[in-house]
Ligand binder design. Structure first.
Ligand code: ZN
Length: 463
């Protein structure tokens, strides 16, 4: 009933909005993003000394001036090798090792496929197919490879990695806008290597044309040039797979405050019926100790893991790990990342196998009835100020309130393992991808989805 009302309200709003701002999309000339993006495929420790490249109709060879290709020569061979000659110059060879083209100075070598239609506009490098052009630049003893590609063709690759092409079109469109925002916001993130973003989860997963599908083309094309803005500026469109009943306010994850990254309802996600929506996992004391050490927190053998504080949305924001040589308190996202092989999100409980599970409560009486109240946190007002209660038993007698705080979560035996139980997969900030799917299935469009997860933001046309 409530959902139906919400849907009707949304419909009304979108009709009203369509009068004021044409289909709910605002035009904005202030925000500008390039229509071509530079994606790092091989660089640093992945740089190689030789690559095999294939293309059906041959190539234009030349170099790049930032995002602009400067054509110098046509290579008719369909299969070539890119490597270093004896002087260390980046060079294109035929399969017999004859020189076809060489970089001038250290400006790198660019190749762009010759094609007559969209389906031919592709090449493969070491067996993986991409659109756009390739730029080879000397990187240490090897060669770095940059894919310089139209933004929306890049998004075909990204959206097809982020969501299944069988998902409803409005969720795919929401993902396309999020991924376009991400790319636009991270231009020059890897400028030290001469490109914008990498092709791994560090930035956004991108494996070329491998998973392209008609629904993906439709979603990207329908949102061409559209981004999400807040007060005329590009939004940080964070997203993760699932988030449980509510999304999280960014301040409980990364500590900063952002007006459009606040907690919102996520009831369309169907958390209990999706992969990794509800999860649990066990780690031994040895595993926990090693994970702590690997993150730079050596506390010796972990004896106890306790949640000290939850956010109002049920995510762990303060956690204490007690070892036999030290104690470490973790905050916000670190609570998820330190034991990340079992904790898929920050929304979890943890209990050791040696701990007696119990509940703390305060017994309160008004003189007639006795009520048990579960405190979230106990604070004491003392002559020297306010302090948090951390003892095990508290007795108060002032005539009105009689007894007690009792904490029965005491170690009854040494812990050998810890069990984590939780919900959601990912950091929990911004758009839930499964929530977007649920909203799309319920009839909402991509702008509804985006403005729901990013409070106060609007879809804006920038190219
Ligand atoms: Zn990256």
């Amino acid at each position: 009933m409530k959902r139906k009302f919400k849907k009707t309200l949304c419909l009304l709003l979108s009709i009203l909005c369509s009068v004021a701002c044409i289909g709910g999309i605002t035009a904005n000339a202030e925000v500008s993003i390039p229509s071509v993006i530079k994606v790092g495929l091989f660089y640093g420790s992945n740089a190689k000394t030789s690559f095999g490249v294939s293309c059906e109709r041959g190539y234009y060879a030349g170099w790049f001036d930032d995002r602009d290709f400067k054509e110098d020569k046509i290579i008719e061979n369909t299969d070539i090798k890119i490597g270093l000659d004896t002087n260390g110059q980046v060079t294109a060879f035929d399969l017999n090792g004859n020189l076809l083209y060489q970089e001038s100075g250290n400006q790198g070598l660019g190749i762009s496929p010759i094609y007559t239609n969209f389906w031919e506009e592709r090449f493969s490098i070491d067996g993986t197919s991409y659109r756009g052009s390739l730029y080879f630049i000397k990187d240490g003893d090897g060669i770095a490879v940059i894919n310089i590609v139209d933004m929306d063709q890049y998004l075909y690759g990204v959206v097809s990695r982020e969501m299944s092409d069988t998902w409803p079109i409005e969720s795919l469109k929401a993902q396309a806008v999020c991924s376009r925002n991400y790319a636009a916001q991270n231009l020059n993130k890897h400028s030290a290597y001469g490109f914008d973003i990498c092709a791994n989860t560090h930035c956004q997963m991108y494996t070329g044309i491998e998973r392209e599908a008609q629904s993906i083309y439709d979603a990207v094309d329908a949102t061409r040039g559209q981004v999400l803005t807040y007060n005329g500026e590009l939004c940080k469109c964070y997203y993760s797979a699932s988030m449980g009943a509510t999304t999280e306010d960014v301040k409980y994850v990364w500590g900063n405050e952002v007006p459009y990254l606040v907690s919102v309802d996520n009831s369309y996600e169907d958390t209990e019926n999706i992969p990794n929506g509800v999860w649990s996992g066990v780690i031994t004391v040895d595993e926990a100790s090693t994970m702590m050490r690997n993150k730079g927190y050596d506390v010796g053998d972990v004896q106890k893991i306790e949640v000290l504080e939850y956010s109002p949305n049920g995510r762990v924001i303060k956690m204490r790990v007690t070892g036999n040589t030290a104690i470490k308190t973790l905050e916000r996202e670190a609570c998820r990342l330190v034991f990340s092989t079992v904790t898929k999100s920050q929304m979890f409980t943890v209990v050791g196998d040696g701990e007696a599970e119990g509940h703390a409560y305060v017994a309160v009486t008004d003189g007639q009835k006795l009520a048990r109240v579960r405190p979230g946190k106990l604070e004491l007002l003392t002559s020297v100020g306010r302090s948090e209660f951390q003892g095990e038993t508290l007795y108060t007698t002032n005539g009105r309130y009689q007894k007690t705080y009792q904490d029965s979560t005491e170690v009854s035996a040494a812990n050998k393992s810890f069990t984590f139980r939780g919900q959601g997969w990912g950091h929990g900030v911004g758009m839930s991808q499964y929530g977007a799917r649920g909203m799309a299935n319920a009839g909402y469009n991509y702008a509804d989805i985006l403005t729901h997860y990013f409070s106060g933001a609007e879809v804006t046309q920038v190219y």
